[in-house]
Design a protein. Structure first.
Length: 361
C-alpha cells in the first residue's frame, strides 16, 4: 500500500516540479487532481504522509531551490525538519495561508542557511507579531541569509566592517604588583603591618601608631549577607556597612579620623593570625608620592594555635603616602566577612603549613 502511495506521489511531484527553476509547487495538495484520481488523500499535517513525501523529494530533487507549501492547513513544522538535510539548498520557502499559530514553529527549521526568501502571510502567527523589529531580528537569527519576507525586501542588517583580529588575552594573575620597586614597597609594608597587627591586641596600638597620621581615615564594614554563617563579630558595632547604617550622623561617627582614634578602633579587634600565603594583592595607583592597593586574604581569630578560632575573609584597601624615609597610611578601608566551608578547610591546611614554616625558621 505504501509503495502504491509513493508511486502516485511521484506522479504528482512530476507534474508540480519546475525543472528550469528547480522549484516544487506543493500548494493546496488536498485538492491535487493526480492524487484524487488515484484515491490518495493528501494529509500535509500527518507524520507518515509528510515523511514519505519529503523522502521522495530528497531522492529525486535533492538540489531543490524553492518549495511552495502554502494553503495546506499546516499547524506545526516538526514533521518538516527533514527538509534541512534532504534539501539543504532551498532558497525560497512559501508557508503562507496555513494555520501556523506561533513564530516559534519556525525554530524547527533553523539551519536553512541558504534561505533568502520566506513567505509567511496568511498565518495566525503573523497577526500576533506586533513588534516588527523583534520579529525581523528573530527571523534573521534563524535564517541569516534572509533578504525578502512576504514579498518585501528587507533592509540591510547593520554591520561593522572591521578587520578580524585574533586577540590573545593576557594570562590571569593571582596578584598585580606593578614594577619591582612598587612590589618591594607593598610586600615590605604588608609584612611589617601584619606582624604588628597580629598578636596581643593590647600592644597592637603602640606598634601601629606610627603607621597612621593625623590626616588618616579608617572605616570598617562587616558583611553579614554573604550567604555563609559563622561566629558573631564582636566588633560589629563599629561596622559602617551602608546597607545597614542609614543614619548619616551615625555613618560619620563611625568614620575614624586621626591615628589615635584609628588605633583605638583597631585595639577592639580580637587576637588575629593572618595567613600570608592567602594574600592576593592588586595595585591600583602609583605616583611618586602615592601608592594605592587592595589586599584580599584570610585570618583566624582567637588566642591559640594557628587556625584554632573562627575564620574570616577580608578585603582591605590601603592608600599610602610618602613620609620621610617611609610611608604612612592615609586611607584604610577594611571589609570583613565569614569564610565559606571550602575556604575554611583550605585555610586550616594553610595555617598548619605556615606554622610549620615559622617553627622551622
Amino acid at each position: 500500500m505504501e509503495e502504491d502511495m509513493s508511486a502516485v506521489l511521484l506522479q504528482s511531484l512530476a507534474v508540480r516540479f519546475e525543472t528550469a527553476t528547480r522549484s516544487l509547487n506543493l500548494s493546496d495538495m488536498f485538492n491535487d487532481q493526480v492524487l484524487q484520481g488515484q484515491g490518495v488523500r493528501a494529509k500535509m499535517s500527518e507524520v507518515n504522509f509528510v515523511s514519505t513525501l519529503l523522502s521522495l523529494i530528497g531522492q529525486h530533487c535533492p538540489d531543490l531551490q524553492a518549495m511552495d507549501l502554502s494553503n495546506n492547513r499546516i499547524h506545526h513544522l516538526d514533521m518538516y525538519k527533514d527538509i534541512l538535510t534532504l534539501c539543504p539548498n532551498i532558497q525560497v520557502l512559501n508557508l503562507s495561508c496555513n494555520q501556523i499559530n506561533s513564530m516559534a514553529e519556525l525554530e524547527k527549521l533553523q539551519g536553512m542557511n541558504s534561505l533568502t526568501t520566506l513567505v509567511m502571510d496568511g498565518n495566525p502567527a503573523c497577526q500576533r507579531s506586533q513588534h516588527v523589529s523583534d520579529y525581523l531580528s528573530k527571523l534573521r537569527d534563524l535564517f541569516p541569509a534572509l533578504q525578502q519576507l512576504d514579498g518585501q525586501q528587507l533592509p540591510e542588517p547593520v554591520k561593522f566592517d572591521l578587520p578580524i583580529q585574533i586577540v590573545r588575552l593576557p594570562p590571569i594573575l593571582e596578584s598585580y604588583l606593578g614594577t619591582d620597586e612598587v612590589k618591594g614597597l607593598v610586600i615590605t609594608f604588608l609584612e611589617q603591618y601584619y606582624r604588628m597587627f597580629d598578636g596581643d591586641p593590647g600592644t597592637r596600638g603602640e606598634q601601629l601608631l606610627e603607621a597612621y597620621c593625623e590626616e588618616s581615615v579608617f572605616s570598617l564594614c562587616v558583611n553579614t549577607a554573604t550567604g555563609t554563617r559563622g561566629p558573631q563579630f564582636n566588633y560589629i558595632n563599629q561596622s559602617r556597612n551602608l546597607l545597614r547604617v542609614s543614619d548619616s550622623g551615625k555613618r560619620m561617627s563611625l568614620l575614624m579620623k586621626g591615628r589615635i582614634d584609628i588605633v583605638h578602633a583597631l585595639r577592639s579587634f580580637p587576637h588575629t593570625s593572618h595567613l600570608s600565603s592567602s594574600f592576593r594583592v592588586d595595585v591600583m595607583l602609583t605616583t611618586p608620592t602615592i601608592t594605592a592597593f587592595v589586599v584580599y586574604g584570610l585570618f583566624s581569630e582567637g588566642v591559640g594555635d594557628f587556625g584554632s578560632g573562627p575564620f574570616r575573609e577580608f578585603t582591605r584597601t590601603f592608600i599610602l603616602a610618602s613620609a620621610g624615609n617611609g610611608v604612612v597610611i592615609i586611607n584604610d578601608q577594611f571589609s570583613v566577612r565569614n569564610a565559606g566551608a571550602k575556604t575554611v578547610q583550605s585555610a586550616r591546611d594553610g595555617f598548619s603549613s605556615q606554622q610549620q614554616q615559622q617553627q622551622a625558621g
